[in-house]
Design a protein around this ligand. Sequence first.
Ligand code: AMP
Length: 289
Amino acid sequence: MQIVKTAVDLNQVLNSFRQQQIGFVPTMGALHEGHISLIKASKSHSNTTVCSIFINPTQFNQKADFENYPITLTEDIELLEQADCDILFLPSLTEVYPNGTAAIKPYPLGNLANILEGAFRSGHFEGVCQVVDRLLELVIPHFIFMGLKDFQQCKVVEQLLKMPHLNHQAKLITLPTLREQSMLAMSSRNRRLTADELEKAGELYQSLLYVQNALMPGNEKACLQKAADNLLQNGFDSVDYIALANAHSFELVTHWDGLEPLVVLGAAFLHGVRLIDNLILPVHLKGLY
Ligand code: AMP
């Protein structure tokens, strides 16, 4: 695996691969099997796989979260080597933002940036757009691979790729969430939890599963409330939201007709660590008979 740190070096290395398909996996490091599943998908779709590790300050709405973000570079490099990743891009802040972080282009995301994660993490998706836009400009991949664990982020990047003023050609490929044995979604932030807390954290998935099983047209509010209560009863500090959205348009759903494709999403704090997860509900005709 080649490790490159500057935009100039990246371009030089990639120039000899541009005739073939380039797959790109942007990450913030502290890699786990979820990240590696994206590398594997890229390896099977592309001739050359580029992974980036860059902890993007502009997408953090809490300074402490940015400062405490786990850094495990030696282990990350080992995992990427094992997965046979071709290129690791490890840029500095000035390589990514040579004109500073304040010079931000408009990213018209509409309501998508203002609901759920956007509402609880002000400016988060503008930061995500800023970094993904810049990394795409540098890597110019054919495919970008992202995890459905960050469902709303996938919708945001889908929008970003359609913005004509940016002119990106990459195709987004989204992949399923990898989970721990407790069914907790793998996440770099899980490193901040003890073994006991990791076990408890699986309740987030269980609450979403409860919604999947219990939801009927007409009981939406009660069902979401019960899922949130379950988290509080099981030791979570607070719940930002348990909510339903249309799995395609990502509009919030308060009244379900039993047919609309749904995703149930949750965000909650456990011992000061913010966890997010979601489940795409299987299409069924529940409640219509
Ligand atoms: P991050 O390093 O958290 O910015 O994540 C980098 C990429 O890995 C994003 O596209 C995430 O959605 C994806 N990812 C994170 N956790 C998982 C997981 N448990 N399963 C699959 N993909 C994941």
